[in-house]
Design a protein around this ligand. Structure first.
Ligand SMILES: CC(C)(COP(=O)(O)OP(=O)(O)OC[C@H]1O[C@@H](n2cnc3c(N)ncnc32)[C@H](O)[C@@H]1OP(=O)(O)O)[C@@H](O)C(=O)NCCC(=O)NCCS
Length: 177
């Protein structure tokens, strides 16, 4: 298997980032079916059903791995706790996105997952620049990104949230390997 393939997975103490499989769909849908999560993302619909997870996994399975990489975040004790991934949109570099299920917030999981995903992106995927953006009313995600080494660019984009059905000011950030 190609090393840059997300299916190879990333393992660190007590936490793994690995490719989603069909058996994850129910658990991932249960966790993602939460407006407090969906409203902070651009793409997650609300409600989020098992079929949404299955369709997403199928799309990712067929995706160009040079442009998309997606991982289930799996805690050794708790099992799948969220997802993290990259997609190439603009020209600067891939964009990172993630969510953690609400029962697992505040344990440092997003910060650890982001650190591991960025290490994979730079060392294995050979990306030197990663961008991200968080809605202005989501300071927790800004904090995760700051802790992972992102800096604010000063740019505020207006991005649409599917779950909100509205656009929201989005603070853009950048990370350099
Ligand atoms: C944002 C999210 C990923 C954080 O996950 P998490 O595992 O709880 O994050 P961590 O524990 O690694 O770190 C959270 C940090 O945010 C801080 N934080 C939490 N709520 C905050 C708030 N309202 N204002 C400012 N900082 C806040 C925490 O104190 C912590 O920082 P610290 O370590 O300096 O104390 C999670 O809440 C989530 O999935 N939210 C919904 C989806 C989402 O926002 N995705 C990102 C879209 S850009």
């Amino acid at each position: 298997m190609d090393d840059s393939d997300p299916l190879s997975g990333i393992r660190l103490d007590g936490l793994a980032l690995r490719a989603p499989c069909a058996a994850d769909a129910g658990r991932i849908a249960d966790l993602a079916n939460d407006y407090e999560i969906a409203k902070m993302t651009t793409n997650l619909p609300f409600p989020y059903r098992r079929q949404d997870a299955e369709a997403f996994f199928a799309r990712m399975e067929a995706a160009d791995r040079a442009r998309e990489a997606v991982f289930v975040i799996e805690d050794a004790a708790a099992g799948p706790v969220g997802m993290i991934g990259f997609h190439v949109s603009g020209t600067l570099g891939p964009e990172i996105g993630y969510w953690i299920g609400r029962p697992f917030w505040g344990r440092g999981l997003a910060t650890r997952a982001a650190g591991a995903a960025l290490a994979w992106a730079s060392q294995t995927w050979r990306r030197k620049v990663v961008v991200s953006g968080h809605f202005a009313d989501n300071p927790a995600s800004g904090r995760v990104l700051e802790k992972a080494g992102f800096l604010y660019t000063g740019e505020i984009q207006r991005r649409r949230s599917v779950a909100r059905g509205a656009v929201a000011p989005t603070r853009m950030m950048v990370w350099l390997a």
